[in-house]
Design a protein around this ligand. Sequence first.
Ligand code: GDG
Length: 729
Amino acid sequence: MSKTIIVSNRLPVKIFEENGEYTYSASEGGLATGLGSIYKDGENIWIGWPGIEVNEPEKQADIIQNLKVLKLLPVFLSQEEINEYYEGFSNEILWPIFHYYASTYVNYKQSNWDFYQTVNQKFREVILSVAEPGDTIWIHDYQLLLLPGMIRAENADLTIGFFLHIPFPSYELFRLIPWRAELLEGMLGADLVGFHTYDDVQHFMNAAIRILPINSSSNILTVDDRPVVAEAFPMGIDYNKYSSLINDESVLEQISLLKENFGDNRIILSVDRLDYSKGILQRLAAFELLLELYPEYIGKVVLYMVVVPSRDNVPQYRELKDHIDKKVGNINASYRTMQWSPVLYFYRSFPIEALSALYQMADIGLVTPMRDGMNLVSKEYVASRTKNNGVLILSEMAGASKELIDALIVNPNNIGDITRAIVQALNMPLAEQETKMAEMRKVVSRFNIFHWVKIYMDKLQEVKQLQKSMQSRHVDFSVAKNVSARYSSASKRIIFLDYDGTLVNFHTDINKASPDPALYVLLEKLSTDKSNEVVLISGRDHLKMEEWFGHSGVHIIAEHGVWQKQIGNTWTNIVGLTDTWKEEIYPILNTYVERTPGSFIEEKSFSLVWHYRKVPKDLGELRVSELVNNLVYLTKDKGLQLLPGNKVIEIKNMEINKGKAALNFMFMNEYDFVMAIGDDHTDEDIFKALPDSALTFKVGSSLSAARFYLRNPREVRQFLHGLGSDTDQ
Ligand code: GDG
């Protein structure tokens, strides 16, 4: 029976030591609740740091035993490891950069990085001590970015998921990190990389294809032939827990206390961990501005601010705390009256019942982080508003703003914007509050934490299936052997071979992708067999094909079928084609060449090609989509087609394609072995046109109508060499 292993920096448990005795209490974070349905089942387990330093082996053994009952397995870390890996690398390098606080102040300490690697290795050891083939491992967050790659290297068959709980920054920030490639390679060890928002997915994909030599197609990256999917899974909360807390005795008690204390005062609620990314100071500034600009609210509105202690041994956090203390002190000193204090500030953690009472009592939930992966507080506020009243003010920089679109969305850097939103919220008619809140509650209720876990896990299995089906299509030893047997027993064969990307690799200079001696030897070997007809079928211009292959014993189809040459004959072309349209299209293409350094036009007898292989990727893609928009109607009118290829776009007559050309070629004969190998868009026409019995091969593992795939030209050549030979390949 295979099992699921959850891995995160911290185990969902609090351990206290008193007189050498340990006591354990489960911590009830949202993630722990959501994953509870998984790790508490059967053989499943959660691996992570237990939160305390324990060095003595006997004590460690004792903790291991006790945690086993809770289905937890600890990774013990020394104080030095915590300082360097967690506080140093994770919280002083990754956290600020991933939250767009990259600046010259980030200190890329080598020792932090060394420890980050060592600790990720430590996690790896513990995982490998329990992981078995067929298991699923789900790794969480920025402290463990290297772990998926480390595990994959050890055991390629495991199913590995990774989820990042904080934002993934834009490429321009991510590229600053000295160890950016290693971090990406680590993440790409996973099969499914999850983020809170689609923007994060885009940033990650962009960084990966720019920094690493890998290809992508929509949200799939191909890593050593293994498709890795990146997708957005906005995390939810335990909706029912928050909505049902309204009936809890202790919550009701706290609510009546709050009512007594605040009377008619309107309450604005603010709840965060102490962190500069949460925008606490800016929020205070907005509240101060409210009192200054709208004195009518003095004595009528309070800001109830809960700041949960966090990382306060890191200097920046201590400094932030000092600033908050000072700012609160100033506001209170300026505006306090005998009966009223503007800011009620708590620097401590509250029990969930107290939090629930506050969520229910607050007229406004004020959530204005400068950056936040998701932000669960906003969702908890919404879930607690069972009467549908109250207003959520939410920063556009929180992942949650993509889902809670009925909130008052603000830019947290714009203090005036926040102040205006507070005024708008204080004056919002009840009916409007109800409509907005009801919509948001629907979202929070439906996309809850259990839903999140389910859709992530389902997708992970789906990716694994995709990988398996890719594997079965790959030409491995047994497929090659089967094809070879069919080849040997056939008496009349036709073999269509594309050239660029199939028999040779691409080259930035198209004329440099010329055939090498080994290729001539291979073609000679295939074509001297009397039962074979070998057809090179290319989009290249026929003169170049003549120069390269005119003398060899193969048939040639050039320019996607415009020209063809049977062995020993001269070149013929399809009759009735015109090229007068070039006069009009060429100047248009030329404007793109002038605006896009690195691009050029190739002219063939009946087509024009715009090449952009040397153009920076994004610019090339932008220009090509502009070009398509520009030409789409014109080309239709003229009976032309736009054919996108690998970093090229070709404009040519509608009636030409490689599929038709291949069928035409076969027209007069009967073959008992039909095979085609090609790598791009234009070769798909051949794969689709050939009869079902044909053996079709795509080069590269992207989606294709071909039955099988080969990884690259090297594999193609190896495979062709092996055809008909009795020896193993
Ligand atoms: C990271 C990402 C992402 C707060 N005060 C008290 C208390 N809390 C609980 C809240 C909420 C949680 O802490 C905070 O979660 P957030 O999502 O708001 O923020 P981070 O801690 O920064 O979490 C974030 C999250 O991971 C999940 O992926 O959303 O973007 O930064 O659940 O209720 N809980 C109790 N007392 C308090 O005083 N009991």
